[in-house]
Design a protein around this ligand. Structure first.
Ligand code: ATP
Ligand code: MG
Length: 178
């Protein structure tokens, strides 16, 4: 056991609801401790999420950016080059942010999907995270986290679906899903 301060790698994965929400909760906790939080949302873009406006209350201490366009066709040959270009740009910004010294916590929301859809090589993410500045916390979200990322992470949580309103045909609700 050690009480030394250090930056952690966290992963929120699994099929149940709450991966992004839990990352935002951690961001809230961090910003309340005077830390600076950057949240980059891979693939997201077309929906307007309430949290985009909410974090503005924190000024530059919590910045959230949508790096995609919200709808991605899945499948190797069918993947639109434009979506791959956007994932590439998101990753480049993420990598620079982690190493910049400007942020205490960097949240890579939905990055696991970008990796799962073969839009981003997990080895590049592993390599960057292994070299990250010691004090930076990094949180990765999305289903089916790559085993190589689970391997290097410090804390991995798998959300398990017990039930979800969607199964009753209830669509996404304001304040709950967006
Ligand atoms: P949230 O953003 O609510 O924390 P999440 O990050 O765990 O959800 P994602 O895989 O990113 O889940 O999917 C986001 C959207 O899909 C949300 O609108 C969420 O409610 C919905 N969703 C998540 N899990 C399920 C599920 N098990 N069945 C149906 N819809 C789901
Ligand atoms: Mg999510």
């Amino acid at each position: 056991m050690t009480d030394a301060r250090r930056g952690l790698i966290l992963i929120n994965t699994g099929p149940g609801k709450g991966k992004t929400t839990a990352a935002m909760g951690t961001g809230l906790r961090a910003v309340g401790n005077g830390m600076r939080v950057l949240m980059l949302q891979f693939l997201k873009g077309s929906w307007h999420y309430g949290e985009l406006d909410a974090v503005q209350a924190f000024g530059g201490n919590w910045v959230m950016k949508q790096m995609g366009r919200g709808f991605v066709k899945i499948g190797g040959a069918e993947t639109d080059p434009e979506d791959i270009r956007m994932v590439e740009a998101a990753w480049e910004e993420a990598r620079q942010a982690i190493f910049s010294g400007d942020w205490d916590m960097v949240i890579l929301d939905e990055i696991n999907y970008a990796i799962g859809y073969n839009m981003l090589d997990p080895a590049r993410v592993v390599e960057a995270l292994q070299q990250k500045p010691e004090m930076v916390h990094v949180i990765l979200t999305g289903r089916n986290a790559h085993p190589s990322l689970i391997e290097i992470a410090d804390t991995v949580t798998e959300m398990r679906e017990v039930k979800h309103a969607y199964q009753k045909g209830i669509l996404a609700q304001r304040g709950i899903e967006y």
